[in-house]
Each structure stands twice: as C-alpha cells, then as structure tokens.
Design a protein around this ligand. Structure first.
Ligand code: SF4
Ligand code: SF4
Length: 220
C-alpha cells in the first residue's frame, strides 16, 4: 500500500517563486533609509539627533544621576530637612557619603549635619540613599553636566553644593514632590491636631482641679 504522505503530493514540476527584478530588495531598503533621513528634518518623533550643547534633549522623568539634599523655605542651610541620622551613610554601597552630626556646646545633638559630603566620583547612582531616608531629605538629581578637570575637589560635593529647594524638586520630579508634600502636610496636620488635643486636655484638667479646690475651700 502507498504511504498517505506520498499520495497527496501534487504531480508535475515544483512551484517556482515569482520573478523579481534583481536588486529590488536593495532599492526598497534604500528607500526606507532615505524616507527616515528626510523625515528626520521635519518630524519631531524622528528627530533623534540633538545639536548639543546648543540644544538639550528632554530627560526622562525617571532619569537619575547623583543625589541632592532638599531644603524648605529660602535659607538653604537652615531649611535642610536632613537630621544627620546617618542611615544613608550606612546604607550607601560604595560608602561615598560622609556625615558629621552638628552639636551644641554641651554636646547635645542639633539634629542637622555639620558636614554632609558626597564623593560623586565614587557614587554609583543606585538611589539607595533616597530610598532609605526616613525624612524626605535626599533625592536623585537629573543634572548631568558635571565634567571637571579637578578630579578630587571638583567631585566632592558638600552640603552647600548638594542643597536644592523644594521648588527645584517639584520641577524635576513633580509627581514625587507632590506626593511627599501631601504626606508631610498630613503628618504636620496630625501633629498640630494632637498638640491641640493635648493642650485642650491640660486646660480641662486644670479647670477641673481649680473647681475641685474651690468646692473644697467653700464653707459647708
Ligand atoms: S546613589 Fe547610591 S552610591 Fe550614590 S550616594 Fe546614594 S547610596 Fe551612595
Ligand atoms: S539624608 Fe536622610 S537618611 Fe541621610 S542622614 Fe539625612 S535624614 Fe538621615
């Protein structure tokens, strides 16, 4: 008996591919290249070359480079949120953060950094410092034009160099800054409400004590 596979095979010569002009594939490829090149002069989505430094490409919202320190208000040093807790210093993988806690004349912590340095020549842009900070103090910057011929001094950023305003943060990372601002405001409102409740309770206790004292002192 004949094998089923051989019975369905068509008889006659095998089909041939349609005839094409030699080199047509090459011409099609060149046409695509030419279209892309011409469109790159006027179509924004195809303008992949930027005339740097006269022009700058928009950086991705998630682009990160080196960290910066956030401050509230207009005085960068007085408004730094950093409490010098040293969590980021301990967690930084290449150990490029150096912090010295500021203290008063009695040695009491002032909960602010006297020294806060980051050696950005060592920083590996991992963002761990920003992730672990419990005080919303340190975030990753998008600044990338940092070339310097001063290999050591020029890349050791102190707290003055690292300080950035809340407006800067809001402009750089609007969603993150808005979320942080809302959370900090909610925390502040909670703290104020707790303080007001404490004061009201103290006042009520005082009044109750005064009333009891008056009643005791009154003649029977
Ligand atoms: S981004 Fe990473 S390497 Fe750079 S300072 Fe922060 S924790 Fe250290
Ligand atoms: S930046 Fe944050 S984690 Fe680092 S020392 Fe300051 S408060 Fe602590």
């Amino acid at each position: 008996m004949e094998h089923p596979a051989t019975t369905s095979r068509p008889s006659g010569p095998p089909p041939t591919a349609p005839w094409t002009l030699p080199g047509i594939g090459l011409l099609k490829g060149l046409a695509v290249t030419a279209t892309n090149m011409i469109q790159s002069y006027y179509r924004k989505d195809r303008m992949t070359t930027v005339q740097y430094p006269e022009e700058r490409a928009t950086i991705s919202p998630n682009f990160r480079n080196f960290p910066f320190l956030v401050y509230d208000g207009s005085d960068a040093m007085a408004g730094l949120r950093c409490t010098a807790c040293s969590i980021c210093e301990n967690e930084c993988p290449p150990q490029c953060i150096y912090i010295v806690l500021d203290r008063d004349e009695n040695g009491k912590s002032l909960k602010r950094p006297k020294v806060f340095d980051i050696d950005v020549s060592v920083c590996m842009n991992c963002g761990i410092c920003a992730e672990v900070c419990p005080f919303d103090s340190i975030y990753m910057d998008g600044e990338y034009e940092l070339s310097t011929s001063d290999r050591f001094g020029g890349l050791l950023f102190n707290k003055q160099r690292l300080a950035r305003s809340t407006d800067y943060h809001a402009q750089l990372r609007p969603l993150q800054a808005a979320e942080v601002a809302a959370r900090r405001k909610a925390d502040e409102d909670k703290k104020l409400a707790a303080q007001a409740a404490k004061e009201a309770k103290a006042k009520a206790d005082k009044e109750a004590k005064e009333k009891a004292a008056k009643e005791q002192a009154a003649p029977e």
